[in-house]
Design a protein around this ligand. Structure first.
Ligand SMILES: Cc1ncc(COP(=O)(O)O)c(C=O)c1O
Length: 271
């Protein structure tokens, strides 16, 4: 398995990062996780737009153009050989002492690992956790709130804010279905690329709060993320949603994504 560290293709086990790197020391880094589809980078420009927006908030310099990122990712995918890859870009402030204002030499790591197949047909059980992620709109590697949430039982944990509203999952966005409309929060969460794709593709949508106390009153619940796509939720905190079955509208939304029902996760010979 290879990675690209500061534009150099190296064996993952030989890649070296300084112990003074801000990403390692302070979680002073931003990242994106992108999936590939038959070897192609899916929604890359949306991910890079968000990476640059995150970078602006924390003052980290993203040193490559979109075309450079795309070429580097392409090279890595070919080297590692998975048509369905999980590509992660991490950009840290680099080795910057105790200086959080400048970013002299950012570090860029690109990884591409095999994307495990997610079984959409089964639906998942989730739990809830009361936490607000600071600066929730940016994708930062400072992940303590998410880590605490993920220590909960269940395949994903829904995050609940001080007002009792569900903002998102620990690695996903949430949608609730009521009378054919899909509802998703407007604020307090990461604006997911998959969330935005679904909102564009489906015509009855509403951006509004999802109160935890009403969660069992919705017709259906599903989550979205780049690597898993649409994730049907059949239980929240041990109690069934839609009688524990995947809803019909959720099944329709799954089909809106090009990888919605994809079965193959073949290793490609693209070297
Ligand atoms: C907290 C959080 N919300 C939402 C998402 C979904 O975003 P995307 O659809 O761009 O993967 C993620 C993805 O990692 C996430 O970490």
């Amino acid at each position: 398995m290879h990675v690209i560290l500061n534009k150099k293709l190296v064996l993952a086990r030989k890649a070296v990062i300084s112990i003074s790197d801000h990403g390692f020391k302070f979680g002073d880094a931003i990242y994106e996780t992108i999936r590939t589809l038959d070897g192609k980078q899916w929604l890359l420009s949306e991910h890079l737009k968000r990476l640059r927006a995150s970078a602006k908030v924390v003052g980290i310099r993203v040193p490559y153009t979109n075309a450079e990122f795309s070429r580097l990712i392409e090279r890595l995918i070919k080297k590692n050989g998975y048509a369905e890859s999980r590509v992660r870009i991490t950009v840290t402030r680099g080795n910057n002492g105790f200086d959080f204002l400048t970013c002299k030499k950012p570090l860029v790591l690109i990884e591409a690992t095999k994307l495990p197949r997610f079984k959409q047909s089964e639906g998942i059980s989730v739990s809830v956790f009361h936490v607000e992620r600071p600066a929730a709109g940016i994708k930062s590697t400072s992940m303590l709130p998410s880590i605490l949430a993920r220590r909960n039982p269940g395949e994903e944990t829904l995050l609940v804010d001080r007002y009792g509203n569900i903002t998102e999952g620990s690695f996903s966005n949430i949608f609730a279905v009521k009378g054919g409309t899909i509802i998703t929060p407007k604020e307090g969460m990461l604006e997911g690329t998959t969330r935005n794709f679904v909102l564009k593709k489906y015509n009855k949508t509403k951006e509004a709060s999802i109160p935890l106390k009403n969660i069992h009153k919705y017709d259906e619940i599903f989550l979205t993320s780049s690597t898993k796509g649409v994730i049907p939720v059949i239980k929240v905190d041990g109690k069934p949603i839609n009688n524990g079955k995947i809803g019909e509208l959720t099944k329709q939304i799954i089909k809106l994504l090009p990888y919605g029902t994809k079965k193959s996760h073949k290793k490609v010979k693209i070297r």
